[in-house]
Design a protein around this ligand. Structure first.
Ligand code: SF4
Length: 359
């Protein structure tokens, strides 16, 4: 596996039982899109996210009924929970009293330093970290004017530093930072700048990235570029759609950089004039089968016998198509030749065998 740049050293925070920053593995976050006070729906979505490989889940807390619902939600889940709060210190206090594991709130937006101090006192009491989340779209007017009248990486960092200073003045250092924009180069520059300025752990994300297809590409490019430079301690892919897709995409980003071993990897060739089978349909079936597998196995689906097994030598198991027949191979060695219509059955049997062997 290729090596990426050494990870930047940061301080760490604990969100429930998940450490973020320091030497901890890069964690995956997502956010529910249910009404938080609909406890049934929210718990069901949190469980689905956790099952898909989400390490930390965030819920919106727009009102008191959402803040109070956290107590019931927490009793039914075993993944750390973050409350996302804007402006209202009372919601932050109520969320902490309800047992939330961390807050996302910007102290500079609360308006009254005494209210910030109340939040900090409660957060210290329960060891609850606070994420400062700067968003390019809602950058303070004064800061925007200072940097050319529009959002900029330097402006985003300055905004974060102002929020950080408020917490540090209250001797609160259990901090994590995000600097999100929907513009990928701006986001990358902002995080680079931030990582040269402070050593708090960084939560990476491209905000309002878009629908599943374009959003995954933007997130993979932005988050991937930063991770490849050793920047980033926890990530969230933001997509308009089912948040489970966010978690899958986030795990794929981490897997593709060798930062996480999670679930199987499917390698499939792009096909060319040598391919004589319907490889796209076969690859889809294999992907479906693998979506039920948790082991980090690598499966190759290759179009032809000429290059297939050799090209996919590092795969645990795979198939290569031929004329009317195909090959099943393991670690690049051919172990079976079967009729084309038996290829999938033979591959699935080998996958099951491999999983059993590894148990
Ligand atoms: Fe073409 Fe065979 Fe390579 Fe697939 S494995 S791209 S079919 S040469």
């Amino acid at each position: 596996m290729g090596e990426i740049m050494e990870r930047r050293k940061t301080s760490s925070v604990c969100i429930g039982n998940v450490q973020v920053g320091g030497t901890a593995p890069i964690s995956v976050q997502s956010m529910t899109n249910t009404k938080t006070d609909n406890v049934e729906a929210t718990v069901a979505q949190i469980k689905a996210l956790h099952l898909a490989g989400c390490d930390i889940v965030r819920v919106a807390v727009p009102d008191m009924s959402a803040a109070l619902a956290i107590k019931q939600i927490k009793a039914r889940i075993d993944v750390p929970l973050i409350a996302d709060i804007h402006f209202d210190y009372r919601l932050a206090i109520a969320a902490m009293e309800s047992g939330v594991d961390a807050l996302r709130i910007n102290p500079g937006n609360i308006g009254n330093i005494e209210h910030v101090a109340m939040i900090v006192t409660e957060a210290k009491k329960h060891h609850i970290p606070i994420r400062i989340g700067v968003n390019a779209g809602s950058l303070e007017k004064g800061i925007q004017e200072k940097y050319g009248g529009h959002p900029s990486p330097a402006g985003m960092v300055e905004s974060a530093l102002q929020h950080i200073a408020i917490l540090e003045k209250l001797e609160f250092y259990d901090i994590k930072i995000s600097l999100k924009a929907n513009d990928v180069p701006m986001t990358i520059k902002a995080y680079q700048l931030m990582s040269e300025t402070v050593n708090y752990p960084l939560h990476l994300g491209i905000t309002e990235a878009g629908t599943i297809k374009s959003g995954i590409i933007k997130s993979a490019v932005g988050i991937g570029a930063l991770l490849a430079q050793g920047i980033g301690d926890t990530i969230r892919v933001s997509l308009t759609g089912d948040p489970v897709q966010e978690v899958r995409a986030a795990n794929e980003i981490l897997k593709s950089l060798g930062l996480k071993e999670y679930g199987p990897t499917l390698v499939s060739c792009p096909t060319c004039g040598r391919c004589n089978i319907d490889l796209a349909a076969i690859a889809e079936e294999v992907e479906k089968k693998l979506s039920t597998v948790r082991k980090p196995i690598k499966v190759a689906v290759m179009g032809c016998i000429v290059n297939g097994p050799g090209e996919a030598r590092e795969a645990d198991i795979g198939i290569a198509g031929g004329k009317g027949q195909g090959l099943v191979f393991r670690k690049g060695e051919i172990i079976q030749t079967v009729a084309e219509d038996q290829l999938l059955t033979a591959l699935f049997a080998e996958i099951d065998k491999l999983i059993e062997e590894e148990q």
